[in-house]
Design a protein around this ligand. Structure first.
Ligand code: MV4
Length: 510
């Protein structure tokens, strides 16, 4: 393996370029017209244009991507996450073209793609699943019989599903028939398959996932868990490793279950097993993500293992040198910085990045796909960057994240920075008592309670005056009157965030 084509964009494409460079591999970026000057294109050794901005005409064009790989002499394709990463046909087509697929075998993607098939596989290999069926439901009568058996509430799920589409909670027999109809319709629309199965509904669980690495020589290890409960509408916002709810004994049991599931699927490369962790400490396998995930850096920071390097090394046929599962050291946390306005229902924001101040310093990592000058459009995912921190303890990691978020400035688009700062200051979050419904419950108090408009305006005017004064003190000539530094003016209180922001703005290069 010498040259890797990266079939993706943004921060993950750049992440793979970096791993390639460290391993002495050549990297090839692909890009749409919207991304011609994107950082991943600039940082790769070579780049190929795919087509117009829409994903369907660029990053989803598997046929074109394989053609490009051949034309440019790449011998491997790394799919990143999203786009083509979990398309069985694409993994197969890459292999059939005589190229190395930096991901799991097409057969493993298929085995985990159907949720009912994955449940059957799990049961056969002693991996605990939520009580329910592994066969699709025939009709409402059968659903009622099974629901009575498992006990209400129950959950209807799409067999072809994932990501929460085609899911319906049912709390009483009377609601079952219409919920089944609705779930079927949604599943048909989303996946072209109306097969629906039934599970006992677990109340108040956490979403905990286990990272695994498997080589092509039969070795498979767990790299511990990530806590991913802070999510909104199935979009994760904050992830951490380890989980505040997992001790060494539970980690060992969940890790062993994840490794059994991976081995059962004939898994090779990096993968993740998703579990529900119930308030009573029981855990249940949900599904396996057959790709590198957005939140992989938190595992990298607590294990010291470079997961993307290992994806490439495993694809090249190397053996894993680890003989046992790897336990976490310290605490890592990730905030997904998105171009969304949390105070306005997470409305996507577009525009040009006019200014960036990127956090740095001890224990801070910034994985990003944007630069000053980048256009943020509606063509792709709103995630601009990931801010990741490491510290010895969870409390230290939260303080470090606050400090790093404080350093971050993104001008030109709205971002989720402020939302993340508020989460870092939330008592419940700080205590670690979070479940998958926590954010939904807490959202109002997190994004609401904003100061009245007049107060914000007055503070902004005061801050602008202070910023202007700082600017004049710095370069007296900027003051038209000829060198006077202007009146001292009233100072804002020393510790006020407005005063600090005003100083930073005033001292900015323009
Ligand atoms: C569940 C559940 C509660 N009980 N299954 C959501 C997407 C899919 N991966 C599985 N999901 C769930 N399955 C039972 N039996 C709650 C969820 C769920 C969820 C899971 C993980 C992360 C976020 C979630 C948000 C809502 C519901």
């Amino acid at each position: 393996m010498r040259k890797v084509l990266i079939a993706n964009r943004g921060e993950i494409a750049l992440r793979v370029v970096r791993a390639c460079r460290e391993l002495g591999l050549q990297s090839v970026a692909v890009y749409s017209d919207a991304d011609a000057r994107a950082p991943h294109v600039r940082e790769a050794d070579e780049a190929v244009r795919l087509g117009p901005a829409p994903s369907s005409e660029s990053y989803l064009r598997g046929d074109r991507i394989i053609e490009c790989a051949r034309a440019i002499g790449a011998d491997a394709i790394h799919p990143g996450y999203g786009f083509l990463a979990e398309r069985e046909w694409f993994a197969r087509a890459v292999r059939d073209a005589g190229l190395i697929w930096v991901g799991p075998p097409a057969e493993a993607i298929a085995a985990m793609g159907s949720k009912t098939a994955a449940r059957t596989l799990a049961v056969a290999h002693g991996v605990p699943i939520v009580p329910g069926t592994t066969e699709p439901l025939r009709d409402a009568d059968e659903a009622r019989t099974l629901a009575a058996q498992f006990g209400y509430p129950v959950l209807l799920k799409a067999a072809a599903g994932g990501g929460g589409k085609g899911m319906r909670v049912v709390r009483e027999p009377a609601a079952l028939a219409s919920a089944l109809d609705a779930a079927r319709r949604e599943a048909q629309n989303a996946f072209g398959d109306d097969a629906v199965y039934i599970e006992k509904y677990i109340e108040g669980p956490r979403h905990v996932e286990i990272q695994v690495l498997a080589d092509a020589h039969g070795r498979c290890i767990s790299l511990g868990e990530r806590e991913c409960s802070v999510q909104r509408r199935h979009q994760k916002m904050i992830e951490e490793a380890p989980s505040p709810a997992v001790n060494a004994e539970l980690r060992k049991a969940m890790g062993a279950a994840a490794v059994r599931a991976a081995k059962a699927a004939g898994y090779v490369n990096a993968g993740t097993c998703e579990f529900l962790l119930a308030p009573d400490g029981q855990f249940y396998f949900l599904e396996m993500n057959t790709r590198i995930q957005v939140e992989h850096p938190v595992t990298e920071l607590v294990t010291g293992v470079d997961l993307v390097q290992w994806q490439l090394r495993i694809a090249a046929g190397e053996r894993l040198p680890f003989t046992a599962s790897i336990d976490p050291r310290g605490w890592a946390m990730e905030c997904r910085i998105t171009s969304e306005d949390a105070s306005n229902g997470f409305l996507p924001s577009t525009g040009r990045i006019e200014y960036l101040n990127i956090p740095a310093g001890p224990g801070v990592r910034w994985d990003s796909g944007i630069d000053v000058g980048s256009e943020v459009s509606l063509y792709y995912d709103p995630m601009l960057a990931k801010l990741i921190v490491w510290a010895p303890t969870r409390a230290d990691a939260i303080e470090r994240m606050r400090r790093a978020l404080d350093e971050l400035t993104v001008d030109g688009v709205e971002t989720s920075r402020e939302f993340h700062l508020r989460v870092m200051e939330d008592e419940e979050f700080r205590s670690g008592t979070i479940d998958i419904q926590w954010l939904e419950r807490r959202l109002e108090s997190l994004v609401g309670a904003r100061p009245p408009r007049e107060a914000v305006e007055a503070a902004a005017i005061a801050a602008a005056l202070i910023a202007e004064r700082d600017r004049r003190q710095r370069s007296p000539r900027a003051n038209g009157a000829g060198g006077s530094t202007g009146p001292a003016g009233p100072a804002l209180p020393e510790a006020s965030p407005w005063a600090r922001e005003a100083r930073a703005q005033g001292l900015r290069d323009r």
